[in-house]
Write a protein that binds this ligand. Structure first.
Ligand code: ARG
Length: 284
């Protein structure tokens, strides 16, 4: 009988001990997870990028002069103001630049999942996005405008004149959000700006709503398209580089580069240069 009680006590103690150990192990694992979480939630530090030897840019190369896909050299290449800024950031860190081209709508998810280290895509640093990611200083400001076919150029004086018309916008953009709130189902979303331009030319949509600089560029390289400004809509949010929320290290490094490029007038020079290049390529 005594032995039995002893046995039970032993089992109970062992169980307690094991349980206790289990708890400790669990706590250790949790601590490890927390460290991992810390790293993955704030993204790579400057040191981590240097060790990797490359910085990965996420962009949507359908937005000249900010970024577009060029085949001039015989192979697919990404070019534009944003790519030049990204290259400067890579150079300042002494690493290679890798460009991942994707649908605009997926860019911030890619940044948050760690698939890319930064996003530069003519992306406006608006309040909504600032809740999800951090932004550098802005490197460009502009308006939002309407792109229509020549014959409709006097038809739309205000945004309200578009009631009942089909307005094309790029999915995931501030323009898509704005136009959807205003026009509901009459705002049609597309993945690529090039497709929006095609739709406008073949009259499947009545107007395209996009950021001013790319709209100007599309109007300049496409026959029969004109820009309508001053529609009484708010200005576009200023473009900035997006990094993962809390990655102060990388944001600091990016800001230094962006500030230098702005102060030296290099960003403005690139605008002139890439507008001209995009025009030239379109003529070929
Ligand atoms: N500026 C707009 C926005 O931030 C549109 C950006 C689209 N960019 C692009 N690369 N297609 O929502």
């Amino acid at each position: 009988m005594k032995k039995k009680i002893f046995n039970i006590a032993l089992v109970a103690m062992t169980a307690l001990l094991l349980f206790g150990c289990g708890k400790k192990e669990e706590a250790k694992e949790e601590a490890k997870e927390a460290v991992k979480f810390e790293i993955t939630t704030t993204g790579p530090t400057v040191d981590a990028i240097k060790k990797k030897g490359k910085i990965v840019l996420g962009t949507s190369a359908d937005f000249p002069p900010m970024e577009w896909t060029s085949f001039q050299s015989g192979k697919e290449e990404f070019t534009g103001v944003d790519i030049a800024i990204a290259q400067s950031i890579a150079d300042s860190l002494g690493v290679e630049l890798e460009v991942k081209n994707m649908a605009f709508e997926g860019l911030l998810a890619s940044l948050n999942s760690g698939d890319v280290d930064m996003v530069i895509a003519g992306m406006g640093a608006d309040e909504e996005r600032k809740k999800q990611v951090d932004f550098s200083e802005e490197y460009s400001k502009g308006q939002q405008v309407l792109l229509v076919t020549e014959e409709n150029k006097d038809k739309y004086k205000t945004f309200d004149d578009l009631k009942g018309k089909i307005v094309g916008t790029q999915l995931g953009t501030l323009q898509h959000k704005f136009a959807t709130e205003k026009f509901g189902n009459n705002c049609k979303g597309f993945d690529l700006n090039n497709v929006i331009i095609e739709q406008l030319k073949n009259k499947s949509i009545d107007a395209a709503f996009l950021s001013e600089l790319p709209a100007k560029q599309f109007a300049s390289i496409t026959d029969g398209l004109v820009i309508i400004k001053d529609l009484g809509i708010p200005d576009d949010s200023g473009f900035a580089v997006a990094v993962k929320k809390g990655n102060d290290d990388l944001t600091g490094a990016v800001n230094e580069v962006v500030k230098g490029l702005k102060d030296s007038g290099q960003v403005d020079k690139w605008f002139d240069e890439y507008i001209e290049l995009s025009n030239k390529e379109a003529m070929k």
